[in-house]
Design a protein around this ligand. Structure first.
Ligand code: SF4
Length: 291
């Protein structure tokens, strides 16, 4: 497995996508913002939102000073808007407790609102160049194929994933680039459905050597969006994002007429999540705009 490091790093130098959060001068906070946004949203949709976001709120304190409603508006259609709320909370903690500087060690990062195991390690590695294993879905899949000769990673992550990647990591100087290259390979070449092995820079891959044995795990679930509560929540939030003042129940109801019970459930969940609030006279507004 020793050749994997130069092969992957050289390939990354040649083939990496030109993503704005990887450019020189991007601060740890801006890296953290990109990781929040990329958790469940594709790169192409994140890019314009991230660019506008960091231009408007370049620091944790600038983000913390924004209203919750403005943060939700700026989040736009990235989906899973609870992430925006958590990012706002995270900015507030960093601004007030850490002097506006994103912590650099994994333990402290893990204590921040909305920062989980992947994000903490990604920030430590990509923003502070720490030698820590960074394991996302793409990395798990590449390791399953290259190291273990399996088509897919196990359905859920385990501590073994971190140990596997740790074993592959080169020294401190190269570890961050190796980590991002491993992710990039999984995102662009060693993809879940149609790996493009003819473009792969790796001379050794256990799955390829074994003749690509089929997956033995459960069939991959296709995530649908149309008709889900997520779609209804998105439509309701669209109405509220487009209004500076509270709206009536009727103005919300028209966005989803086919299933009133589902619409009510979606609205209840937005209220429970603190993304939406209700005024004393029964109208609805984005968080912080119901007064
Ligand atoms: S040879 Fe194919 S399966 Fe193996 S790592 Fe490369 S792209 Fe993935």
């Amino acid at each position: 497995m020793t050749d994997i490091v130069p092969q992957l790093v050289d390939w990354y130098d040649r083939e990496q996508r030109n993503l704005p959060w990887r450019r020189p001068g991007v601060s740890p906070w801006q890296v953290l913002v990109s990781e929040f946004m990329l958790q469940q949203t594709p790169v192409a949709r994140v890019e314009p939102v991230w660019l506008a976001w960091v231009a408007r709120w370049p620091t944790p304190s600038a983000t913390a000073a924004a209203s919750a409603a403005d943060v939700l508006r700026a989040w736009g259609k990235l989906g899973y808007p609870r992430r925006a709320k958590r990012l706002h909370e995270c900015a507030t903690v960093i601004a007030t407790r850490y002097d506006d500087v994103v912590p650099s060690d994994v333990e402290t990062l893990l204590s921040l609102p909305g920062v989980g195991a992947y994000t903490a390690r990604a920030v430590a590695c990509f923003a502070y160049r720490r030698r820590v294993p960074v394991v996302d879905t793409n990395v798990r899949r590449v390791v399953a194929r290259v190291v273990h000769g399996r088509a897919d990673a196990a359905p859920s992550s385990s501590p073994r994933d971190l140990a596997d990647v740790e074993e592959l990591l080169p020294d401190e100087a190269l570890a961050p680039k190796f980590s991002i290259a491993l992710m990039e390979l999984g995102a662009t070449v060693c993809t879940a459905r149609t790996p493009r092995c003819e473009l792969c820079p790796l001379s050794v891959c256990a799955w390829r050597s074994r003749g690509f044995p089929a997956s033995t795990g459960p069939a991959r679930r296709v995530q649908r969006y149309a008709g889900t509560d997520r779609q209804v929540r998105g439509r309701l939030l669209d109405v509220l994002r487009g209004n500076d003042s509270p709206v009536t129940r009727a103005e919300l109801d028209v966005v989803w007429l086919s299933d009133p019970a589902q619409r009510d459930r979606a609205l209840d969940s937005l209220l429970t999540d603190g993304l939406v609030e209700q005024t004393a006279d029964g109208r609805f507004a984005l968080a912080g705009e119901g007064d």
